[in-house]
Design a binder for this molecule. Sequence first.
Ligand SMILES: O=P(O)(O)OC[C@H]1O[C@H](O[C@H]2O[C@H](CO)[C@@H](O)[C@H](O)[C@H]2O)[C@H](O)[C@@H](O)[C@@H]1O
Length: 266
Amino acid sequence: MTSVTSVGADGLDALRSHPSTAVLGLDFDGTLAPIVDDPAAARAQPGAADALARLASRLGGVAVITGRPAGFVVEQGGFGGIDGLVVLGQYGRERWESGTLTVPEPPPGVAEARAKIPGVLAASGAPPEVFVEDKGLALAVHTRRCAEPQVALDRLRSLLAALAERTGLAVEPGRFVLELRPPGMDKGAALRGFLAERGDPSAVLFAGDDLGDLAAFDALDELRDAGVPVVKVCSGSAEVTELAARADVVVDGPPGVVAFLDALLP
Ligand SMILES: O=P(O)(O)OC[C@H]1O[C@H](O[C@H]2O[C@H](CO)[C@@H](O)[C@H](O)[C@H]2O)[C@H](O)[C@@H](O)[C@@H]1O
């Protein structure tokens, strides 16, 4: 049995006692999907879609809250047929539910950043393995394929921060990635919005693996302070340690997440 903090165990008890009003939030990459070198090749961990389908039929709400475009996650996750599942993409700016995808227009800064990133990469002497994932509303600069991915990321950090400043965007750091995206939304705000749609929850559980998930953990801490039972789950990895330090439960990457979800409701 994975060790759980005492307040986390209280959160799990509350979720299991009143599942129909409990809410579950899950990150995608690194949590429901194993990390791979090519972002376009990411797929859900086997068993993830089945686990989500079972939980969505019993819980008060289940949302995947991701930095990816919502449509990508539905497609690559194999989540299209899951009744009741909501996918909040691009940190809550996009929404997929019951087959309907809502995507806002990008702010003008995204087009400007798209045009200028190649010059920034050249100016920083970025190795050819650095590449840009264009997500429409945001641009993610990846260094995972470099021989020294952390070195390559650190060289780009201040230049991309300056470009973000000039284009009115925010920098979202992640696992060997720096993303330029519209400010004003994060996974905490996305989770709070989803909870507001569902009414008072009996318990709230969120599972994530990366720095972008800390905002959701912040939201859970606020709920816990307000007396709501919550569970913070970290999909553990050697690449990111910040979430494990704040989690109630640490599981072993996406296979551990799926096993945890399978055991969540008896
Ligand atoms: O919020 P998430 O669902 O966790 O998305 C965050 C970023 O995930 C993706 O990048 C990460 O996964 C890739 C595929 O496994 C991996 O190659 C990369 O190194 C990771 O950082 C995605 O590509 C980004 O756009 C997301 O923002």
